[in-house]
Design a protein around this ligand. Structure first.
Ligand code: LMR
Length: 340
């Protein structure tokens, strides 16, 4: 055998040996993966102490108790892993398995959730819950399956307040201010309606934008204003309760359908249980946020008189008309009825 033939034979042998090793390793890995717990990566953007943060942690704890060794949940709070916008894509591509995203941020995928952003439509969380339990509300859960998003439940955060450099007893006070808003066309129209300048921005960027004056004002719940420290950089928080902030708890449908039946039904039961708990807790977590903000003395909390609240409702009402074709007048009527 010539030297070059010999070396080619050696190369082929070494190559085959390497291939066999890799193949064996892969088989080994596969075997290990088959026995390894199923991983649910669950990123979200708020702090652990918020209604969503608490619910996510509770979900993890119960799953890892009841499905010990079979399912592991990794919760990534405070936009540590990604923004909400990115999480929609990551869910669709199967890079994460579960999200709890603000309903407002689904606007880029569908107009079906715009109803939740109409100002002063829902007077309180009970009215929202009643509407979410209706046929329309339940159908929303499966409305984005073709986009690889399957809703399993709704979680509340709370009602939104305005924070800014001035007290906002009347809508006129908002004129000319730059407001950070979530990525929603209804919220954009709402701010334009009161003469403000809306800026869509990811939650993780808001503190700095307020601090540096890139924006003047924002709308959020007490628990978010407290846990993300917005109150430290805003002179006033006006309690308007003008809109709802809540979440769609969603999974990737391919991931969900690929689960063994017993695991899927246990996870569904846990999500139901955690949702009841979360929606019972949200109001008190939110109120605690308000009390801590007042106790901090770092901002002034402004409460509206009933007349001032009516002034706000009247100023924002034209937004309903603007979105009545896109949302459906019948849906608006049904949702408004849930508050009566
Ligand atoms: C926001 O962006 O203001 C909220 O969606 C944050 C959250 O998830 O509560």
């Amino acid at each position: 055998m010539t030297r070059s033939k010999q070396s080619r034979t050696t190369t082929v042998r070494v190559g085959s040996a390497v291939m066999i090793c890799i193949f064996t390793l892969l088989l080994g890995c596969e075997k290990q993966t088959a026995n390894a717990p199923i991983l649910i990566k669950f990123p979200h953007v708020t702090a652990p102490a918020t209604p969503k943060g608490q619910a996510a942690e509770r979900f993890k704890r119960i799953v890892e108790e009841r499905l010990a060794g079979r399912v592991t949940v990794e919760v990534y709070p405070s936009a540590q892993l990604m923004s909400d916008d990115d999480s929609l894509d990551a869910l669709a591509f199967g890079e994460v398995q579960m999200i709890a995203i603000s309903l407002s941020k689904l606007d880029r995928l569908t107009h079906k959730f715009q109803i939740f952003d109409l100002p002063f439509l829902f007077p309180d969380l009970q009215a929202v819950e009643k509407f979410q339990a209706s046929n329309y509300g339940q159908e929303l859960l499966t409305s984005m399956v073709d986009r690889k998003i399957l809703g399993l439940s709704f979680w509340h955060n709370g009602m939104k307040q305005f924070s800014g450099p001035v007290p906002m007893r009347t809508p006129e006070a908002a004129k000319g201010l730059k407001f950070r808003i979530m990525e929603s066309d209804v919220l954009q129209a709402q701010i334009l309606q009161i003469g403000g300048n809306p800026q869509k921005m990811a939650f993780g960027e808001v503190y700095q934008a307020l601090q540096t004056g890139a924006v003047d004002a924002q709308e959020n719940t007490w628990s978010n204003i407290y846990s993300s420290k917005f109150y430290e950089v805003q002179a006033f928080v006006t309690e308007t309760n003008h809109g709802y902030l809540g979440y769609l708890v969603a999974v990737n449908p391919d991931f969900w359908n690929s689960l063994p039946d017993d695991i899927r039904s246990e996870l569904a039961a846990i999500i139901r249980e955690v949702s009841v708990w979360a929606n019972d807790q949200s109001a008190s977590i939110d109120l605690a946020g308000k009390e801590k903000i007042i106790a901090s003395g770092q901002t002034e909390v402004v409460e509206l008189t009933p007349e001032e609240k009516i002034g706000w409702q009247q100023a924002m009402r034209p937004v309903w008309e603007k979105f009545s074709d896109s949302i459906g007048a019948d849906v608006i009527e049904a949702a408004a009825g849930a508050g009566k």
